[in-house]
Design a protein around this ligand. Sequence first.
Ligand code: VG1
Ligand code: CO
Length: 562
Amino acid sequence: MALEVITKATKPYDGQKPGTSGLRKAVKVFMQENYTENFVQSILNTLGDKLKNSVLVVGGDGRYYCKTAVDLIIKICAANEVSKLYVGQNGILSTPAVSAIIRKYQTTGGIILTASHNPGGPDHDFGIKFNTSNGGPAPDEVTNKIYECSKTISEYKIVPGLKCDIDTIGTYTSKVPSGTFTVEVIDSVEDYVTLMKEIFDFSALKSLIQGSDGTPGTKILINSLNGVTGPYVTRIFVKELGASSENVVNVVPLEDFGGRHPDPNLTYAADLVEAMKTGDYDLGAAFDGDGDRNMILGCKSFFVNPSDSLAVLADNLECIPYFKRTGVKGFARSMPTGASVDRVAAKKNMRIFEVPTGWKYFGNLMDAGQLSLCGEESFGTGSDHIREKDGIWAVLAWLSVMSAQKMTVEQLLMRHWTTYGRNFFTRYDYENCDAASCNKMMAELEALITAPGYVGRVLSNEVKQYTVRLGDNFSYVDPIDKSKAEKQGLRILFEDGSRIIFRLSGTGSSGATVRVYIESYESDPSTYSQDAQQVLKPLIQIALCESKLQQFTGRSAPTVIT
Ligand code: VG1
Ligand code: CO
């Protein structure tokens, strides 16, 4: 006998508007009656004709509330005539793995349960993100539809009696009024590992890590910050590539990430930074909660700025078998990302695209065959092998370059700067500020930098002066579908190529986070080893002064400096 579908009446909640990457709110918000159900039903409603007999991938980063949400999604999908779900065992799938699985099994899309780099646990954040059939985050057009739907939703459908053991791999079928509903519980890492083996030369990487012909192995230290990458890291670096289990730490996914902020930067991955300082390891890496971000460190904690990481990989893609096969079609970066990759593109005569912040803006270019490698300054690096940024992929890419070039991380950077000059870059984050004051600051700054007479103005501090070339609020027209994204960040661009950029974060769950991005270019080799904070000090002072940031936020220092 078929399980019963129940239609439940509900009322809309305010604010179910997906941000830079999905809907992120405090767990307690998601736990409100029908809150999660409303949003899931809104996602399904926007599928329209594609909903009936659709196939979706479901999984998340293992944070608190993931399993409850997976259970609800299974029951709601069963009631909405979805025909099949691929669910990661224990509800675990990294964001890059979801993207890979959507593409491999050509599903209608996927639902990812994560608030990415935001802390987890009952008192922290949860998130739900929808990815479309190309494996990428839903574009603005789709997320806007989901939001519209959430504002008028009056009912959702559910099969309360459906039970499915997501902890055990297997195929589970249930009879529902529309026919058979299938849940296939899959190994969380298998499909992803298969893809990585197609992209990289695992035997070369194994020789690099284990050492060969008398050369000592390259020692790695990988820190999963108790996020979703743990099982992937253990399988790939230990089982496949022969690293010792001491080379991988915090590899058990925890619902609260062990109480830490699962964000791979110098502040929140401080234990990796400390451990790398001993000089015992040649490459260190950390990932965020859902496994799409990466931080790369060289021996003695030599920091690879993500904008430089992108540029070095762009310059060395021939070291990776995948690109030998597919060719390199073009590069892209998000607008605030440092422009070092632009110099590589110019030298290689390659297309370079500048898109708004958020991985969803790369998808169309990749689908149209115009883009192979892209990145964001926020520790995101990836390629067209999937449609999400990919933390583990980035580490394997770096190891491939080190193996082929026989160089250390620091040597690769030094060679890069010697060839191209150095784009110094830093980002200041002021987290959890008062939203109204931040909005006011942004409005006043926009008025200032777009006023007549701002262009040509000379901004200076004691040591340096910069002439304004352009002041605007960045807008973008997608070259493929011509969709327009406006108000993507305030830019002050200077004659010498230096830049100051201001954005408000779209991933926070409370208050406002101001991000200030500062960049300048130097071609004098004596500067290359200098500290970015020192080099950028004059520009930072100018940025704080122009925006009156300290007055508006009441903060004398940022919470995170990258
Ligand atoms: C931040 C980053 C952005 C990234 C986004 C999602 O967005 O700046 O580059 O794509 O997080 O990353 P915002 O709006 O807070 O600046 V993840 O790994 O949290 O999905
Ligand atoms: Co993430």
